[in-house]
Design a protein around this ligand. Structure first.
Ligand SMILES: Nc1ncnc2c1ncn2[C@@H]1O[C@H](COP(=O)(O)OP(=O)(O)OP(=O)(O)O)[C@@H](O)[C@H]1O
Ligand SMILES: [Mg+2]
Length: 272
């Protein structure tokens, strides 16, 4: 799909901090994600049935659709958390069909994923939750890791929570720490699967604000969401999944104003 990359209007937003060590824009040209005829089965069920799409650098793509339509599965395929049975899938320059160990490790470094449950380690401080992978996997010195943790915490507006433990945080704050932890690894692509669906409206707003800031700073992101107003206002591309297929795809103003299929029209009117 060809949709112009969004450019942050100068000074339009008070972005709290800059992304750490982002490689976005420095890598090879071409789409960051390219999916062709992707097929995924669970047993005999074809859960993804010939999905094709492309995502350009800097885009925010929102995936919407009914429960069971394959949204999470598609997202998980993009991070090689699921094997695929057919088609081609290239993400951040890695061929996901290949699944060799080294490529997988590089892929996981380039792609961050955040789920609904934030999975922070309860016995570690916020700061240590973030620095753990930096010191143990990336082998950074503790001081460098701490400085990165401070930067990503500033990015999600939680500088003052570095020494707190997860149980001392609200759900929205925990989710923002989970996002910060992912950002600390300097991904090129961020995947979000219904990160706000367990939160009340106020906390949802906090987390969406962080995602909006990230997008304005140029992060490429794919989010599965029920936040239709957010998708409509900020996504460059909206994908409506139905029965394991990309049923409709395009800029939100086009899709929402002129649904082409009865299924999408019904989905919108159901208020989901
Ligand atoms: N590990 C699995 N084993 C077997 N079937 C699965 C597995 N994961 C998902 N499925 C099935 O695949 C289909 C798509 O699931 P998926 O989780 O991708 O849907 P979804 O669109 O994310 O739904 P929701 O909005 O409820 O999160 C569903 O029918 C689901 O039951
Ligand atoms: Mg899901």
């Amino acid at each position: 799909m060809l949709v112009a990359n969004k450019l942050a209007p100068a000074g339009a937003r008070h972005a709290p901090a800059v992304l750490p060590n982002t490689r976005a824009g420095t890598a090879a040209a071409g789409p960051l994600v390219s999916v062709r005829n992707l097929v995924k089965r669970f047993g005999t069920a074809k859960v993804l049935d010939g999905v094709s799409l492309e995502i350009e650098r800097g885009q925010m793509v929102a995936i919407v659709g009914r429960s069971g339509s394959g949204k999470s599965t598609l997202l998980r395929c993009m991070n090689a958390l699921e094997s695929i049975e057919g088609g081609e899938l290239r993400v951040c320059g890695h061929d996901i069909g290949a699944r060799d160990k080294l490529a997988l490790r590089e892929l996981r470094r380039d792609v961050g994923i955040v789920f609904q449950g934030y999975n922070l380690f309860p016995h570690l401080t916020v700061e240590r939750n973030i620095t753990l992978a930096l010191t143990s996997v990336k082998k950074l010195a503790r001081a460098e890791a701490t400085s990165i943790a401070q930067r990503v915490l500033a990015l999600v507006g939680l500088q003052d929570k570095a020494a707190s433990y997860p149980e001392q945080l609200s759900g929205g704050q925990s989710q923002r720490v989970a996002i910060a932890r992912s950002l600390a690894l300097a991904p090129q692509l961020m995947l979000f699967d219904e990160v706000t669906s367990a939160l009340d409206p106020e906390l949802t707003g906090e987390v969406l604000k962080v995602m909006e800031d990230l997008s304005r700073q140029g992060m490429t992101m794919v989010l599965v969401t029920h936040e239709m107003a957010f998708a409509r206002r900020l996504a460059d591309v909206v994908i409506f999944m139905h029965q394991g297929r990309v049923w409709e795809m395009g800029p939100p103003e086009e899709l929402f104003n002129r649904p082409r299929t009865a299924e999408f029209a019904q989905f919108i009117s159901s208020g989901l």
